[in-house]
Design a protein around this ligand. Structure first.
Ligand SMILES: NC(=O)c1ccc[n+]([C@@H]2O[C@H](COP(=O)([O-])OP(=O)(O)OC[C@H]3O[C@@H](n4cnc5c(N)ncnc54)[C@H](O)[C@@H]3O)[C@@H](O)[C@H]2O)c1
Length: 294
């Protein structure tokens, strides 16, 4: 049975992006939120995004209308019963995710496939909250979903190869590029990115160079679109610290250990762009100024 009807649970930043992308790709989508107000907010952000794509000439008005018509919102979990693939994008809490998947497992026919968009939780631990771990995998989209092309597909020891391939084909139909990954913390992108970011902070602590010079060096020397400190501020120092701790807990390797400066900046609430201050001060957002930290 090919995947046709998609369920998305959570219509926040990621869920709304996933629902929009699937509807644009021609899938029928049901998206579930916890309250009518949150659902309305999520659906409105999708409508706004579609309208922006029409304005930019990326999408015709008719195509945007068709995409919107393929998308239905609900607050009732039962409305996901007919979905072939259900993608979870709720808050990053393992108990909440396990509880949701157990409820879906009791509700949905055995053929339905379940996927989690988690960035940091263990997929295996979620899969075994259901009685269908062979039909369970991770589907890690990147923010903003309609723009970012990568999707990490995460298999557990129990994921059936045929299910994995079926979801891989679904991702390709979304127009995205899938990569295959085993269920390990950080998957590929964060596993490689986080130690690099932590190393940049360690180099700053050591007095290797100024943070602007390190940003410039990585932009011009490696062709990166932004240097490590600009990227840290963009991702959020709190998010970086959280993922570093998860990687360190699992692997116990010094390269994943968060450096003291990063921890103290999080304690101070200097967590990056969203706080107006991290490694740079954003009081004038068009002209971020490096903060003297040491
Ligand atoms: N933000 C990112 O850059 C990013 C990137 C990749 C993956 N993720 C992962 O995606 C997931 C969602 O992140 P987000 O940034 O969209 O968070 P968000 O807070 O913007 O959205 C989560 C939404 O889920 C809703 N929700 C909570 N419990 C629910 C339930 N039982 N049923 C339906 N809806 C429920 C909340 O009301 C909220 O609107 C997390 O697991 C996160 O780790 C986030």
């Amino acid at each position: 049975m090919p995947i046709e009807q998609i369920g998305v649970v959570g219509c926040g930043l990621m869920g709304s992006g996933i629902a929009q992308t699937a509807a644009q790709a021609g899938f029928t989508v049901v998206v579930r939120e916890v309250s009518p107000a949150l659902l309305e907010r999520g659906l409105q952000s999708i409508e706004k995004n579609l309208a922006r794509l029409v304005e930019k000439g990326v999408l015709t008005g008719a195509a945007a209308k068709e995409a919107r018509a393929r998308l239905r919102g609900t607050t009732a979990l039962e409305d996901l019963r007919a979905c072939d693939l259900i993608i979870e994008a709720i808050i990053e809490s393992l108990p909440a995710k396990r509880e949701l998947f157990a409820a879906l497992d009791a509700l949905c026919p055995p053929a339905a496939i379940f996927a989690s968009n988690t960035s940091s939780m263990c997929i295996t631990e979620m899969a075994f909250a259901t009685k269908r771990p062979e039909r369970f995998l991770g589907l890690h989209f990147f923010n903003p979903v309609p723009v970012m092309n990568l999707v990490e597909l995460i298999r557990t020891v129990a994921t059936a190869p045929a299910v994995f391939e079926e979801v891989l084909a679904f991702v390709a139909r979304l127009g995205k590029t899938p990569v295959r990954v085993a269920d390990r913390p950080g998957f590929v992108v964060n596993r490689l990115l986080i130690p690099y970011l932590l190393d940049a902070v360690r180099a700053l602590e050591e007095g290797l160079a100024s943070l602007e010079d390190m940003d410039t060096a990585m932009k011009l020397g490696c062709g990166h679109p932004m240097g490590p400190f600009t990227l840290l501020d963009f991702v959020g120092l709190d998010t970086t610290l959280y993922i570093a701790n998860i990687l360190f807990d699992e692997f116990r390797e010094p390269r994943f250990a968060p450096p003291p400066l990063l921890k103290r900046m999080v304690m101070a609430g200097w967590i990056g762009r969203k706080a107006g201050r991290g490694f740079y001060d954003y009081s004038d957002p068009k002209n971020p100024r490096p903060v003297a930290l040491l």
